[in-house]
Write a protein that binds this ligand. Structure first.
Ligand code: DON
Length: 305
């Protein structure tokens, strides 16, 4: 495995040149676009890291998986999907249009920004501080990494420039999808996106999902198997946004990307994978990260289809 991962990282690093780091959140533009790393956690207890697997990056949209799990634990699936749909979209991750044109006017799914902001609002905790404290505690528990925290430079950068998310949130406040203080909900959303991790941390979250909600290294159940199934299904249909179809064909693993350059992939009953490469394609997904997962899936026959 180590040799395979090393060769996959080495010959896919050239693809980092084909993408650009995210600049719409100014702080993210400081990332090194040539970074590329992978970490694999198998369900039988093996762990392997290659390339820039220990470089820290912010979770960004990968946090949407964590907050969906917490929203499900707090409210149950019925209440969550009363507010947020579970349908894929061919629109961009920060699209506004479907919020107005659909009936009922609920966000399409919890992996796009509108649906994720709604999911964060459902997490118990009367203020941003309370919600984020619970999100961090939950993330530390799943990853087994007590050091996990927030990159406040990224948080401030996103808060200052996140006008599109603000538009989505105020629109949802007007239709009743959100209740309460919109700025406070947005702060919690911006903070969850700014949680700093490495490939190892996201591989561990994925391993728990791959293991149907149980931490493979301790046997502790984090979420019911039914919630793990719901989350993995939504990752397949919506996790890579308007590139989810191509990802399903070429990689075939429940996955979730973030504009920090991470991709988390959960191979049911086999392994969790964390990939990092901050050079993104036009759809906001890691260019070289996609290539790495495509090759690994082919080599190890990981597609679920
Ligand atoms: O809300 C945003 O725009 C970012 N914090 C997260 C977006 C994101 O990661 C989209 N992913 N590919």
């Amino acid at each position: 495995m180590q040799i395979l991962l090393s060769s996959i990282i080495n010959h896919n690093r050239k693809y980092t040149e084909l993408g650009e780091v995210a600049t719409y959140i100014p702080e993210l533009s400081k990332a090194n676009k040539n970074h590329l790393g992978i970490y694999v956690v198998t369900l039988d207890g093996e762990e392997y890291g290659e390339g820039d697997f220990d470089v820290k990056f912010t979770m960004q949209s990968i946090s949407k998986v964590v907050t969906l799990m917490l929203a499900l634990l707090d409210n149950g699936p019925e209440k969550v999907f009363e507010k947020i749909d579970m349908e894929p979209t061919a629109d961009t991750f920060n699209s506004i249009s479907s919020l107005e044109t659909r009936n009922p006017q609920k966000p399409l799914n919890p992996m796009i920004n509108s649906g994720a902001i709604a999911a964060t609002s459902l997490i118990y905790g009367e203020s941003c501080d309370k919600k984020i404290e619970r999100i961090l505690k939950f993330t530390r528990k799943i990853t087994g990494n007590k050091e996990i925290g927030i990159n406040y430079d990224v948080f401030r950068s996103e808060k200052e420039t996140g006008h599109r998310n603000r538009a989505l949130a105020y629109y949802m406040r007007s239709t009743g999808v959100l209740t309460g203080d919109v700025e406070d909900i947005l702060d919690a959303y911006f903070m969850q996106c700014s949680i700093e991790v490495t490939c190892k941390d996201i591989a561990r979250i994925a391993a728990m999902l791959a293991n149907n909600g149980i931490l493979p290294w301790s046997g502790e159940r984090i979420i019911p198997a039914q919630y793990a199934r719901i989350v993995k299904t939504i990752m397949v249909t919506c996790g890579m946004y308007d590139e989810s179809g191509e990802f399903a064909v070429k990689v075939g693993i429940p996955g979730k990307s973030g504009v920090g350059g991470g991709i988390m992939a959960a191979v049911p009953n086999r392994m969790g994978i964390g990939v990092f490469g901050p050079a993104l394609n036009k759809k906001g997904n890691s260019v070289a990260g996609l290539k790495v997962l495509e090759e690994l899936s082919r080599e190890l026959d990981l597609s679920i289809f």
